[in-house]
Design a protein. Structure first.
Length: 565
């Protein structure tokens, strides 16, 4: 024992043995004694627990406690849990401001920090716990890079607020801003909605980006069954964290790593579940980014291919009427996945973090209770094919992403009203400049041009609040929040800053959005587009130093997942 642990050939300690074994590692052990390690702990596999805890957002304010539950699970299973922090930002708080440009950037910072800490400290496995939107893909990108036995845990959904007996959430507040601008409510009512919409801890309560990505990751096989459909403050979520800690030790024993789980077929499962749930457009961007880190070939065309045969089944906000908490109450995502598996729409032989296959995990799952209408049967879909449409055309030669539920129609023709920033567009929506028949064009908001590819929840919610949801469309090289609904198209590539055709759209140009033929068209000849582009000059970068400048130089196109790796 004088020279430290002597079982360095143990496969479960492949990385930690390099840090703590042998005479020469005595200084490392000395420092670990100070943080609570005992002599026996040096013989155990070390499992890093990446906590995204922060008091900057209700999505993550409880995750410090969840991390402790995961640590308990690791230690109970014979490992040594070590909690460390990574960052989070709040989309909901920063939305519509310059600060929102850091949102997508935070995905990369989270991935980089998890890779950095786990790689440096020699963790043999990792539990990553995420709450707000970018936490989830950020964690998965980091885990895929490390490729050490790992489990992701979703922090859980928030419960809905109560406004005079009506369920409300953060999107209710954004839409109330538009209602106030249209004098449909007064300042008192806006303040009342604002004060009750967010009752406590947890991620935004509809099928917005956080719940979308949690569901996708569970379908991918990287979370324990039903991790995506549990309330943030619940005994189920505490148990989920404990079991995740235990599961990493099982994965270490069996030698199962993230890239064994994150296969192409597993990504197809994730896409399928996102579609059936009516999930966020951000899933396209994030799944492409996660696949890139896992070394899996995935493209925009895969979303179209899968979307042709997979229906929308869940009537969840923002396009539907139910909250995530109501899906939790009827059994979560497992009965849905079981029905998809039985119908041949999921790959049942995909490995998961349980050490078993998807089919084995779902074997004994019972169907939803009779009479519920939150998730429809496959033969009675809300929409017979995907709501996520990959549109191409002379405005988006490399593709764009639309979220069209069918409730707003499948085709929109209008005239362009062009803005070079989100703030400019927001002002003109609220002051009545934007009118029926307009296609709002917001450009220079892409990954490089923004930089950071902001979400356009503020303008899309303002459109809804103004009562223009069926009469106005919005297109952008930026992104949309999972809370966005209406006739919207984002992720337009090439982005305007890179000289994409979006850069030369002019007020009054005819624009057609066609979700049947998957087309986004500018009513201008190719010759005219080329003439305009020949006179266009790339704007000066908005940032020349710091994180945003670095991101703008490294980031790829949105059509490739906006990756920096």
């Amino acid at each position: 024992m004088a020279n430290g642990p002597d079982d360095q050939n143990n496969d479960r300690r492949k990385y930690s043995s390099q840090v703590v074994d042998g005479m020469e590692r005595a200084p490392s052990r000395a420092m670990l004694h100070a943080v609570g390690f005992t002599r026996e702990d040096f013989r155990k596999p070390q499992v890093g627990i990446a906590s995204t805890w922060s008091m900057v957002t209700p999505c993550n304010m409880h995750i410090d406690q969840l991390a402790k539950e995961a640590e308990t699970g690791v230690n109970r299973a014979g490992g040594k849990g070590v909690i460390f922090n990574t960052i989070t930002i709040s989309d909901g708080i920063s939305m519509g401001t310059e600060g929102m440009k850091y949102s997508l950037v935070s995905r990369e910072v989270i991935a980089d920090s998890i890779e950095t800490v786990a790689g440096c400290e020699g963790f043999d496995g990792v539990v990553a716990i995420g709450g707000c939107d970018k936490n989830m893909p950020g964690c998965l990108i980091g885990l895929a890079r490390l490729n050490r036995p790992s489990v992701f845990v979703y922090g859980g959904t928030i419960m809905p607020g109560d406004y005079h007996g009506k369920k409300v959430d953060i999107v209710s507040v954004f839409e109330a801003v538009g209602q106030r601008a249209n004098n449909k409510i007064d300042d008192t009512e806006l303040a009342e909605i604002e004060s009750c919409a967010i009752p406590g801890a947890g991620s935004c309560g509809g099928m917005y980006t956080a719940n979308t990505m949690a569901s996708a990751i569970e379908a991918l096989g990287m979370s324990l069954p039903n991790s995506s459909a549990q309330a943030a403050i619940s005994a189920d979520k505490q148990t989920d964290c404990e079991r995740a800690g235990e599961a990493v030790l099982n994965l270490l024993e069996k030698g199962i790593r993230p890239r064994d789980i994150m296969t192409r077929q597993a990504f197809e499962n994730a896409i399928t579940v996102v579609i059936t749930l009516g999930g966020s457009t951000n899933a396209v961007l994030h799944l492409l980014g996660m696949a890139h880190s896992a070394g899996v070939e995935l493209s925009l065309d895969d979303f179209t291919r899968i979307g042709e045969r997979v229906p929308v089944l869940a009537d969840l906000r923002p396009s539907g009427k139910y909250m995530m908490s109501e899906l939790v109450a009827i059994g979560g995502t497992l009965p849905l996945m079981k029905s998809l598996l039985d119908a041949g729409l999921l790959h049942g032989d995909c490995l998961t973090v349980t050490g078993r296959t998807m089919a084995e995990n779902l074997k004994d799952v019972q169907p939803y209770m009779q009479g519920q209408d939150i998730v429809r049967a496959l033969d009675n879909p809300i929409k017979k094919d995907s709501h996520l449409r990959i549109l191409r055309g002379n405005l988006a030669p490399e593709g764009s992403v639309a979220k069209i539920s069918g409730k707003e129609g499948l085709r929109f023709e209008g005239t362009a009203r062009v803005f070079d920033s989100e703030e400019e567009a927001m002002k003109r929506i609220l002051d009545g400049t934007v009118v029926k028949g307009d296609v709002i064009v917001i450009r220079y908001e892409g990954p490089r041009g923004g930089p950071g590819m902001r979400e356009m929840l503020s303008p899309t919610s303002a459109v809804m609040g103004k009562g223009l949801g069926n009469d106005v469309a919005l297109i952008t090289d930026g992104r949309f929040s999972g809370g966005t609904h209406g006739f919207v198209v984002g992720h337009i590539t090439p982005e305007a800053y890179n000289g994409g055709p979006l850069a030369v759209v002019r007020d009054g140009d005819a624009i057609t959005i066609d979700a049947v033929n998957n087309a986004l068209s500018l009513g201008v000849s190719d010759e005219e587009i080329q003439q305009r582009l020949s006179q266009w000059k790339q704007p000066e970068p908005r940032y020349t130093r710091g994180v945003l400048a670095k991101y703008a130089k490294l980031v790829s196109s949105a059509s490739l997942g906006a990756v920096t790796d």
